[in-house]
Design a protein around this ligand. Structure first.
Ligand SMILES: NC(=O)NC(NC(N)=O)C(=O)[O-]
Ligand SMILES: [Zn+2]
Ligand SMILES: [Zn+2]
Length: 442
């Protein structure tokens, strides 16, 4: 009789502290033992010689759009693309799915579908909108990770952005049960006025679109929401910061004792305005891509520990909605990237800029699990859930559209050569993705 269900042998195990060769033994979905050599046997053994063993990526920001808009993406396709990219958990945003997750019934509808369709661990953000302050508590009681508000229009009709009163009252309420608010922080006033001006002048290029959503718009919104966090005591998480000028504000607030954290996304680290000009709608998002100096500063911030986590903000749409011709204000804003986060960090971070593997583990697994209270997730240690990704760090590949498991096989990363390839993804002890194939039937 074998002692364990699965043993991964001879891999280089990466934790937030170090990288060292070790064997990992798994039983009942949990890591039972991590040791230089494990003598016992298992029902299944994987030889990870030459591979690095990472805790599975926890993608804290995706829009899988199901129910209600599953022609844009879906829980089956979205979760499979994550597994192929080395992610083992996701936090789905409350909007783009219809009905949006703004009460417990809508949460239940989404989680029923995810239980049926997802091949990785699903978690959910609840929404904070002007209409649902009295529903926040029930959402918390039913297990949402935290709440998400938009400080500028969301682009989705049934998910209104939070005005200042909603933010203030909502944050007071969220603080009362010690949850957290995540914000899309751009100033409505600045973005709307600049966009109106640009369009009236017939200025609709990629650069014009970017100039209509300047960094100051993020700075203004972040400063404002930090002041509400200070006034209410509500925990704050700023999503998709596009610039170190923005992450600086969160770090200053942290130093003053504000309980705040900040995310950036792989695309702000890998792509610039030039990519937007070249790739068009595929690279359109809000906040928009910035110039290369901003990108380099974000890498510095990441290396310095000034960024808590990296997410994909996978916000896909059908190809015809991503097409822009000469008006960059038209077309859906959102990047398809869920499959590529780890690839970006390994290629652009580890290989190109000497970002330590341990830092990658910190911002993709350890910090998300800690910040959002995912017990038993985010680390390769005894007693933790066996959410594991095996990576060949030296293998290069060119991303092709047909390799993408999204509902719509497009992404600004298509055509890019990545170094560092995910070979196997294990979720709760079960191999879900292996050498090019999703191997679970769900
Ligand atoms: N409704 C969306 O999916 N919006 C998303 N769109 C982006 N980032 O361009 C977002 O996260 O703000
Ligand atoms: Zn957003
Ligand atoms: Zn988003």
């Amino acid at each position: 009789m074998s002692t364990f269900d699965l043993i991964i042998r001879n891999g280089q195990v990466v934790t937030a502290e170090s990288t060292a060769q070790a064997d990992i033994a798994i039983k009942d979905g949990k890591i039972q033992k991590v040791a230089a050599t494990i003598e016992e046997t298992a029902v299944k053994e994987i030889d990870a010689k030459g591979l690095h063993v990472f805790p599975g990526v926890i993608d804290t920001h995706v829009h899988f759009n199901e129910p209600g808009r599953s022609e844009w993406e879906g829980l089956a396709t979205g979760s499979r693309s994550l597994a192929k990219g080395g992610a083992t958990s996701f936090f789905d945003m409350p909007l783009n799915s219809t009905p949006p997750v703004i009460n417990k019934e809508n949460l239940q509808a989404k989680s029923d579908l995810a239980d049926e369709k997802s091949v990785v661990n699903p978690f959910y953000w609840g929404g904070l909108v002007p209409e649902n302050i009295d529903k926040l508590k029930e959402l918390d009681e039913n297990g949402v990770i935290g709440f998400k508000a938009f400080m500028s229009p969301s682009g989705i009709e049934d998910f209104n952005n939070a005005d200042d009163e909603t933010l203030y009252k909502g944050m007071k309420e969220i603080a009362s049960f010690n949850s957290i608010l995540a914000v899309h922080a751009e100033s409505t006033v600045i973005c709307d006025q600049l966009a109106t001006e640009k369009i009236a002048q017939g200025k609709t290029s990629a650069r014009d679109f970017v100039e209509s959503r300047p960094i100051i718009s993020e700075i203004e919104a972040v400063r404002r929401v930090i002041s509400y966090a200070e006034a209410t005591g509500c925990k704050l998480h700023v999503v998709h910061a596009s610039s170190r000028k923005v992450t600086d504000l969160i770090n200053e607030a942290k130093k003053r004792g504000v309980d705040a954290s900040v995310e950036t996304c792989a695309h702000y680290l890998a792509l610039t305005v030039k990519d937007l000009e070249e790739k068009g709608g595929l690279a359109k998002c809000a906040p928009p891509l910035r110039d290369s100096e901003e990108v380099e500063q974000l890498w510095v911030a990441l290396a310095n520990g000034e960024i808590d986590m990296i997410a994909s903000d996978h916000s896909p749409a059908p190809a015809d909605m991503k097409t822009v011709t000469d008006n960059f204000f038209e077309g859906w804003g959102g990047i398809s990237g869920a499959q590529s986060t780890l690839n970006v960090l390994l290629t652009e971070g580890y290989h190109k800029r000497n970002l330590p593997l341990e830092k990658i583990v910190e911002v993709t697994a350890v910090n998300p699990a800690k910040r959002f209270g995912l017990e038993g997730k985010g680390s390769l240690a005894e007693g933790f859930d066996a959410d594991i990704t095996l990576v060949n760090l030296d293998e290069s590949f060119e991303l092709k559209a047909e390799d993408l498991l999204y509902r719509h096989q497009h992404s600004p990363y298509v055509g890019k050569t990545f170094k560092g390839n995910v070979k196997t993804t294990i979720v709760n002890g079960e191999v879900v993705y292996d050498h090019g194939e999703i191997v679970v039937g769900k």
